[in-house]
Write a protein that binds this ligand. Structure first.
Ligand code: FAD
Ligand code: UDP
Length: 368
C-alpha cells in the first residue's frame, strides 16, 4: 500500500495551499474531499460563459504582500473593487458607510464635517458608553438612522438573532469613511482571479493526487493508515465525534437563475437590508469579471438555520461557542500527527487571505 507523507482532508484554500507547499518541498501528498469538486467554498462554475460563485460572492482582498504574490503566482487577478449597493424598499444607498451614503441619507449633508456632526448627534444616545453588543456598536459607529436602514434588518436576517444579542465584532470590519469612496475594503490589494477561483485552486493542486467524493469519516482507519501526517480542514467538533457537544453554525440557501437579459442589477453585489424580502444579497456574477455575455446569471442568497444536514458556512463566534471551540482546540493539541487548519477546523471567521496566510505559516513551520 502506498504511504503518503500527508493526507489532506479538504480541497479548499487551506488544503490546497498546504498541499502545494508540501509538494514543493518534495513530499508525497493525497488530497481528498467529500464534495464532487475542488476549491471548497470558493468554487466557481462556468455557466453561460460566466464564472458563477457557487457558494456566495467571493472577493479577494488582503494587506499581506506575501499572500498577494502567492495567489498571483498561479493566476492573474483583475482590478475588481467591491462596492456593493444596499437596497431597502425603493431606496438605494452606497456601501460601505461613506460620504455617498451620508449625503443621500441626510439631504442637507454635503461635507465630511456636516456628516460627522450628524453622526455625533445621533451617537450621543450612547452617552459615552462602551458598546457591548452589535446594536450599540452600530449606533456608536454611524448613529441610529443608518443602523435602522442599513444594518438592523440585514444583520437580523443573517444571524436570526436580535442585534442586541449579537457580538459587536461582526460589524467592526465594515469601514466608515468620510470620503466619497465606495470601496468596501481598506486592504491594499483586491481583485478576482481572471477565469474564476476554481482555476486558481486547480493550479495550486497541479501534479497532486486528488480524490473527490471521499469522506474522511467514512473510513478513518484506512485514511489514518495511508499517511504519516493528516491535515484536517473539516469541522473541529466533528473530528472529535462531538464528544464535548456541538458547535453552532449559520447556513445559507442559494437560488440561482439564468436570465435572458444582459444586465439585471448593474452591480455584482446588491445587499437587501430590509425585512420586506427574505434574502440578504443578490449577486450578478458577470460583473465580477466585467462580462459582456448576452445572458446573465443571478443568485439570491437566503440565510438559513444550520443543522447537521446542511453546509456550515459561518461559525458563530459568540462566547458560548468560542469557549467550546477552545476546549476542542485543547484536545486537538494532543493529536500529534494532525494539523487542524482553515475556517471550520479552527472555528474562526477567516477570510480567504487569512486562511492562505495560516496555511503558509503552518507549512513553513511544520513541513520538515
Ligand atoms: P472550505 O472552503 O470550507 O474547505 C473545506 C473543504 O473540506 C470543503 O471542500 C469540504 O467539502 C471538505 N471537507 C470537510 N470535511 C470533510 C471530510 N470529512 N472529508 C472530506 N472532505 C471534507 N472570504 C473573503 O476573503 N472574501 C469574500 O468575499 C468572502 N465571501 C464569503 C462569502 C460567503 C457566503 C462565505 C460562506 C464565505 C466567504 N468568505 C470570503 C470566506 C471564505 O469562503 C473562506 O475563508 C475560505 O473559503 C475557507 O477555506 P477553507 O479551506 O478553510 O474551507
Ligand atoms: N452588514 C450589514 N449590512 C450590510 C452588509 C453587512 O449590517 O449591508 C453587517 C452584517 O451584520 C454582516 C456583517 O456586517 O453579518 C459583515 O458583513 P460582510 O459583508 O463583511 O460579511 P460576509 O461577507 O462575511 O457575509
Amino acid at each position: 500500500m502506498k504511504k503518503y507523507d500527508y493526507l489532506i482532508v479538504g480541497a479548499g484554500l487551506f488544503g490546497a495551499t498546504f498541499a502545494n507547499k508540501a509538494k514543493q518541498a518534495g513530499k508525497s501528498v493525497l488530497v481528498i474531499d467529500k464534495r464532487n469538486h475542488i476549491a471548497g467554498n470558493v468554487y466557481t462554475e462556468n455557466i453561460e460563459g460566466i464564472n458563477v460563485h457557487k457558494y456566495g460572492a467571493h472577493i479577494f482582498h488582503t494587506d499581506d504582500k506575501e499572500v498577494w504574490n502567492y495567489v498571483n503566482s498561479f493566476v492573474e487577478f483583475n482590478r475588481y473593487t467591491n462596492s456593493p449597493i444596499a437596497r431597502i424598499g425603493n431606496e438605494i444607498y452606497n456601501m460601505p458607510f461613506n460620504m455617498n451614503t451620508f449625503s443621500k441619507i441626510w439631504p442637507d449633508v454635503f461635507t465630511p464635517e456636516e456628516a460627522q456632526k450628524k453622526i455625533e448627534k445621533e451617537k450621543s444616545e450612547m452617552d459615552g458608553k462602551i458598546p457591548t453588543n452589535l446594536e450599540e456598536q452600530a449606533i456608536s459607529l454611524v448613529g441610529r438612522t443608518i443602523y435602522e436602514k442599513l444594518i438592523k434588518g440585514y444583520t437580523e436576517k443573517q444571524w436570526n438573532r436580535e442585534c442586541k444579542e449579537l457580538p459587536a465584532f461582526i460589524i467592526k470590519r465594515l469601514p466608515v469613511r468620510f470620503t466619497y469612496d465606495n470601496n468596501y475594503f481598506n486592504d491594499k490589494y483586491q481583485g478576482i482571479p481572471i477565469g474564476g477561483y476554481t482555476k486558481l485552486v486547480e493550479k495550486m493542486l497541479e501534479g497532486i493526487e486528488v480524490r473527490l467524493n471521499e469522506d474522511y469519516f467514512d473510513n478513518e482507519n484506512y485514511y489514518n493508515s495511508i499517511a504519516d501526517k493528516i491535515v484536517y480542514t473539516g469541522m473541529l467538533d466533528e473530528y472529535f465525534k462531538f464528544s464535548l457537544g456541538r458547535l453552532e453554525y449559520r447556513s445559507l440557501k442559494f437560488e440561482t437563475k439564468i436570465m435572458d437579459i444582459n444586465n439585471y442589477q448593474g452591480n455584482a453585489v446588491v445587499n437587501y437590508t430590509g425585512r420586506e424580502v427574505d434574502y440578504t444579497r443578490v449577486i450578478e456574477h458577470k460583473h465580477f469579471e466585467y462580462g459582456i455575455q448576452p445572458k446573465t446569471v443571478v443568485t439570491f442568497e437566503y440565510p438559513d438555520d444550520w443543522n447537521p444536514s446542511k453546509e456550515a458556512y459561518y461559525t458563530i463566534n459568540d462566547e458560548k461557542n468560542n469557549n467550546l471551540a477552545e476546549k476542542y482546540r485543547e484536545l486537538s493539541l494532543k493529536e500529534k500527527n494532525v494539523i487542524f487548519g482553515g475556517r471550520l477546523a479552527e472555528y474562526k471567521y477567516y477570510d480567504m487571505d487569512d486562511v492562505i496566510k495560516r496555511a503558509l505559516e503552518c507549512a513553513k513551520k511544520l513541513i520538515v
